[in-house]
Write a new protein. Structure first.
Length: 209
């Protein structure tokens, strides 16, 4: 069988990009349960309930599906073990890589199934796929530190608490966490429950653990 140079190039790109799913299929994930705010109504101390609500929401926030795009360095993370992204794609000024080596070179506007290999099954995708700004890095931080950061408009994308809740509850890129493509474990619960937890956290004073 003969291939044109164009076909060979396309095959090479797919082969290289496929490395990005390595480790996901065999990695062990955390709990798939996400308790709703009603599960915490028995906590009579309102501040303690607020901290408990955020800690529950943090099951999603600190999940690798979310954390991998909030690294502290200039290179994305990948897999449930959060290893450095392969191939090496630098952050770049806009968080989408650099000329000739961008996120979009491999990540399209949707998840792309690759195959049934032992190390990968799909390449994740979304029209806004990118790294979050460095001031929004979560890697290496405690739940309490992430909570404080999320409340700080200079480190959360300029959002008010209401806008932050809207982001978690309705943003379609956040929603990717529940539909991460074959070979990847989804974040716990549902986006609706996450939005309810964040709202409950705000309503009880947005206290940090």
């Amino acid at each position: 069988m003969k291939f044109t140079a164009k076909k060979n190039s396309a095959i090479l790109v797919v082969a290289i990009c496929s490395l990005m799913g390595a480790g996901d299929a065999s990695a062990q994930g955390g709990s798939t349960e996400l308790r709703p705010p009603s599960a915490f109504m028995g906590v009579s101390d309102v501040q303690a309930r607020s901290r408990a609500l955020f800690s529950e929401a943090a099951k999603v926030i600190t999940n690798p599906r979310c954390m991998n795009c909030h690294p502290a360095g200039d290179r994305p993370l990948q897999g449930n073990d959060q290893h450095l992204h392969e191939p090496n794609v630098p952050r770049g000024a806009a968080g989408i890589g650099v000329a000739g080596n961008t996120c979009q070179a491999c990540h399209t506007d949707r998840n792309f199934p690759v195959g049934d290999g032992a190390s990968y099954q799909s390449i994740p995708g979304h029209v806004r796929w990118s790294l979050e700004p460095i001031e929004m890095a979560w890697q290496g931080k405690s739940i309490g530190e992430i909570c404080a950061q999320l409340k700080d408009s200079s480190r959360n994308g300029g959002r008010s608490l209401a806008q932050l809740q809207e982001h978690f509850a309705k943003d379609d890129l956040v929603a990717w966490g529940w539909n991460p493509g074959r070979g990847r474990q989804a974040v716990p619960g549902t986006q609706s429950v996450l939005g309810e937890l964040i709202q409950g956290w705000i309503d009880t004073g947005a206290q940090c653990p």
